[in-house]
Design a protein around this ligand. Structure first.
Ligand code: FES
Length: 496
């Protein structure tokens, strides 16, 4: 049995109990702390203040801290492990933009707002002071609809089977409870709630019919912003609270991606950028201030562990990274516990390792003829898992290629590739490139964290014009209707 230690997080007042020796990245990423440089100690974004307890600093971390000109109370959490009970002050909660330290110029408003990222798997909500942009509290819960299936297709099917009202009730109730739990700790007056999510979540939450999302050409006429009053949602909020579920861009590109476009500021820049969300639906956006094209892919939730025999999300027990050192496979398991399965970043790593060691071929075949590769005592990756990975990576790589073609540009015209999504913190960028998932230079790739939540917070300060401006330059593309789609897809299936 591992000994336990408690990590207290200020100012949100949460305590997390973990096994002694757990790396802080495993704990803090769930609370919105970002690790953009992936623990190289160059960005400083993972810095926290140590308020009580001890967090050892080794020589290397001290050098990085000195270089970043931080005082003795600071720690770079990408280097730290929880060895004793500690209390940390997470200053990242003070910044409205958690990921890139850029100043978000907003017009202060009276009152408080709530931003909600209503994901297929997880719902994340933050309470924001609209006068200064500070985040007072943050909660994350599993979407209770998951009992009706992990992916969007099964949710739509449940709705068609007569369960839509139940799915709607579950998600409205859970979101209302999350907001209430924050307000019980911080009794402030909420004046606005901004919800973002994919189109299926938008429709179910808003009691809009989902049947047109179930058959070709998947066209829905209900993409617009939906407004609510607290009473109709059964939420205990002041009567005048303005509640908006922001508009979708297309049938499978929702307001979570609209929020991502806002968060990355791609609609304002002259240079082109790419946004890839490796979450449940695999959405891609390419564009600049003149024109933006976007699409959803058939990647499915493979990077969240679905259809992978021992796949799981990036939570405690997941193998989040794999490397080959001293003649053997080395794995990192989130939470310093025994491995239960493998998450998306671990899967990308093992494929890259196998490619580098020439243990798999161009078509993903295991060269030895074995039908699986053992990672730990109880976790392995099968030949079928490698096939699933190829399908998902080909879907993403093809999506990007088709959108680049639409704009008549290539990766060389791209300034940045932003990666959104939960497991971004654990991604090894070199391996992302090695597997062909993203085909550009390392320096261009930026892990942006929860772009949907960042954008939802921005929406609390913006008016409809801001949204309309993005929508007016954005076109939703149906990838399969591109004449080159099949050829590109087959080519991208290969591992080279
Ligand atoms: S310094 Fe960049 S992640 Fe820690």
């Amino acid at each position: 049995m591992h000994e336990k230690v408690a990590i207290k997080l200020h100012p949100i007042g949460k305590t997390v109990v973990v096994n002694r020796g757990t790396p802080l990245i495993d704990v803090l990423h769930e609370f919105g702390v970002e690790f953009p440089c992936g623990g190289k100690g160059t960005c400083g974004s993972c810095k926290v203040k140590l308020v009580a307890g001890e967090l050892r600093i080794d020589e290397l971390q001290q050098k990085k801290i000195d270089k970043l000109k931080l005082g003795s109370e600071w720690r770079l959490t990408c280097y730290c492990k929880a060895e004793t009970d500690i209390t940390l002050e997470i200053t990242q909660f003070e910044n409205i933009i958690l990921a890139d330290n850029s100043n978000f110029s907003f017009h202060p408003k009276q009152g408080f707002g709530v931003a909600v990222d209503l994901g297929t798997t997880t719902i994340v909500s933050q309470l924001v002071n609209l006068e200064n942009g500070h985040v007072l509290d943050s909660v994350s819960e599993l979407n209770p609809q998951t009992k009706y299936g992990g992916d969007l297709i099964s949710r739509i099917q449940s709705c068609l089977d007569g369960k839509q009202e139940e799915l709607q009730r579950l998600v409205r109730q859970k979101t209302g409870e999350m907001i209430l739990s924050m307000l019980q700790k911080h009794p402030v007056e909420v004046v606005q709630v901004a919800l973002v999510g994919n189109t299926v979540m938008h429709h179910i939450f808003s009691a809009l019919p989902v049947n047109s999302l179930s058959f070709y050409p998947f066209h829905t006429p209900h993409l617009r912003t939906q407004k609510f009053i607290p009473e109709e949602l059964n939420w205990e909020l002041p009567e005048k609270t303005e509640i908006r579920f922001f508009p979708s861009i297309g049938s499978f590109v929702g307001s979570d991606i609209l929020a991502g476009i806002a968060a990355t500021r791609m609609a304002e820049n002259e240079k082109y950028s790419v946004l890839i969300d490796l979450g449940t639906n695999g959405e891609i956006v390419v564009g600049n201030r003149d024109r933006i094209v976007c699409a959803s892919t058939a990647a499915g939730p493979a990077f969240e562990g679905a259809r992978i025999s021992q796949g799981m999300r990036a939570t405690t027990g997941a193998i989040s990274s794999v490397s080959f050192e001293d003649d053997k496979l080395k794995t990192h398991v989130i939470g310093n516990v025994q491995a239960k399965g493998i998450c998306g970043s671990g899967l990308i790593d093992i494929i890259a390792v196998l490619l580098n060691r020439e243990e798999i071929g161009l078509f993903g075949e295991i060269n030895s003829g074995a039908d699986s590769v053992q990672l730990t005592k109880n976790v392995s990756v099968t030949q079928q898992d490698i096939r699933e990975f190829q399908l998902a990576k080909a879907a993403i790589a093809t999506g990007v290629q088709v959108l680049l073609n639409q704009l008549q540009i290539t990766y060389t015209n791209i300034e940045y590739v932003y990666i959104a999504g939960g497991f971004g913190n654990f991604l090894n960028i070199d391996n992302v490139i090695r597997t062909g998932l993203i085909e550009c230079e390392t320096e261009k790739i930026i892990k942006f964290g929860n772009t949907a939540l960042i954008g939802a917070k921005m929406f609390l300060f913006e008016n409809e014009d801001f949204i309309e401006n993005i929508l007016s330059k954005t076109t939703h593309i149906n990838l399969e209707s591109d004449p080159d789609f099949q050829d590109i897809y087959i080519e991208k299936m290969m591992l080279s």
